[in-house]
Design a protein. Structure first.
Length: 429
């Protein structure tokens, strides 16, 4: 089946004349899978509808926030009610207190939370806080981990271990990138070497909860524990970036999964239920270094926005009330049952953790971004196209993961698994 994309095509050519590359975030442009992006008109439960009226089951989930699916009635109602009372005040509102309380109680940690407007802002601010508290300037990140687009984090590994970072984008001053040390995941010795050389200058190590922005690179528990130990030993902070995993892997996120206690946690995506929300959180002792109590400055005109807070609170309340995480794990097991053997039997990789899964056209599951077979991307492009044509919407990049939502049910997952198997065969024949 070929899709009717008449209206999307018209919108796409207009968009390209008014918006750089036609998009407000690069991956949306479908560059790595080919074809033109579809313009989405609306979403309902597990479904997306494009401007031409094509319907898709959505596994992209806006790249992570939509754990309840689209337009969940409780979230929409909360947003509408909040909007009626005014969109922004630049003054404290009850919603901020409620969402901060919800984050602390669900995570089971004594967290103080500072709200911002995106995941990027959350990690950027968390790093400033870590630098402010430690009085040090260097940070360590892992190649393949994405923490947003700010200077200093938008870097990939230089050649070899413990080299200074090379910016991933022009416009990032080398001086910023020099403060960023990059190493690969899953290698205690490499990290140890960096600490041996720079231990007294390292403010923090930042790690994705479960790296899920460059394939799904599930880490060993002992490795994450090692990161906790080595940071503690050298007086550096550990930042666990839970922007994807927070309140998705379960109420305690990746920190709960690894049973680790980071100094600062960053959240986004699910905590906003589809609205622009991020936050960073930690103990009172750490967080009270922020202005107006402490000397680390960070602010935001729209931070803690009442409409966004209402969406986040409703999203988390529904998850908690319906035990969404247990439902998602059940759906995950259904998906395993349908495609795990099929994909392994064809010599490819299917990885899943909770409601996050990834299919990779290579022989073994990577733990490091360096172990991702780049030649899989061409197969993914065909896979993606075949899925679209059968009414299944995956993210338009081989390195993006797929998400289950609580709006799906067992029958839908089984039906969609058929599409996934057929598209896999179409891509690899
Ligand atoms: C999406 C993401 C970010 C960036 O969040 P934005 O809201 O897109 O700025 C940061 N860290 C991780 C782990 C993410 O998945």
């Amino acid at each position: 089946m070929t899709l009717n994309t008449e209206i999307s095509s018209i919108l796409w050519s207009k968009a390209k004349s008014l918006i750089p590359g036609g998009v407000n975030s690069p991956v949306r442009a479908f560059k790595s899978v080919g074809g033109d992006p579809l313009f989405i008109a609306r979403g309902e439960g597990p479904y997306l509808f494009d401007a031409d009226g094509n319907r898709f089951v959505d596994f992209c989930s806006s790249f992570g926030p939509l754990i309840l699916g689209h337009a969940h009635p409780a979230v929409v109602e909360a947003v509408a009610n909040a909007a009626k009372n005014g969109l922004s005040f630049g003054a404290p509102t009850e919603g901020e207190v409620k969402l901060a309380g919800k984050i602390a109680s669900l995570s089971g940690r004594n967290l103080m939370t500072r709200m911002v407007n995106s995941g990027t802002e959350a990690t950027m601010s968390a790093i400033r806080l870590a630098r402010g508290v430690t009085g040090r300037s260097k940070l360590v990140k892992f190649s393949g981990c994405y923490h947003g687009h700010h200077d200093g984090l938008l870097v990939s590994a230089g050649s070899g271990v413990a080299t200074f970072a090379v910016p991933d984008s022009v416009g990032v001053p080398e001086a910023y990138a020099k403060e960023t040390l990059v190493t690969h995941l899953d290698d205690e010795a490499a990290l140890e070497k960096i600490f041996d050389a720079h231990g007294n200058d390292i403010a923090c190590v930042i790690l994705e909860g479960v790296p899920a922005n460059n394939g799904l690179l599930i880490q060993r528990k002992e490795y994450v524990e090692f990161i906790r130990e080595i940071t503690e030993k050298h007086g550096a902070m550990m930042i666990l970036d839970e922007v994807i995993t927070g309140f998705r892997l379960g109420p305690q996120g990746a920190a709960g999964y690894y049973d680790v206690d980071p100094d600062i946690l960053t959240y986004g995506k699910v905590i906003g239920g589809g609205m622009p929300v991020g936050c960073y959180a930690g103990s009172k002792e750490v967080m009270e270094n922020l202005a107006p109590v402490g000397a680390v400055y960070q602010a935001g005109t729209l931070s803690g926005n009442p409409v966004a807070m209402a969406a986040g609170i409703a999203n988390l309340e529904v998850l908690e009330r319906e035990d969404g995480w247990a439902k998602l794990e059940r759906l995950g097991l259904v998906l395993d049952d349908e495609i795990s053997e099929f994909i392994a039997g064809r010599g490819a990789v299917y990885e899943r953790i909770g409601s996050i899964f990834w299919i990779a056209f290579q022989k073994s599951a990577p733990r490091r971004s360096e172990d991702i077979d780049k030649s899989g991307a061409a197969k993914y492009a065909k896979f993606h196209r075949a899925l679209l044509e059968s009414g299944t919407y995956f993210a338009p990049s081989a390195y993006e993961v797929a998400f289950l939502s609580t709006a799906m049910d067992e029958a839908l997952v089984r039906e969609q698994a058929k599409n996934i198997r057929a598209a896999f065969d179409a891509a690899t024949k």
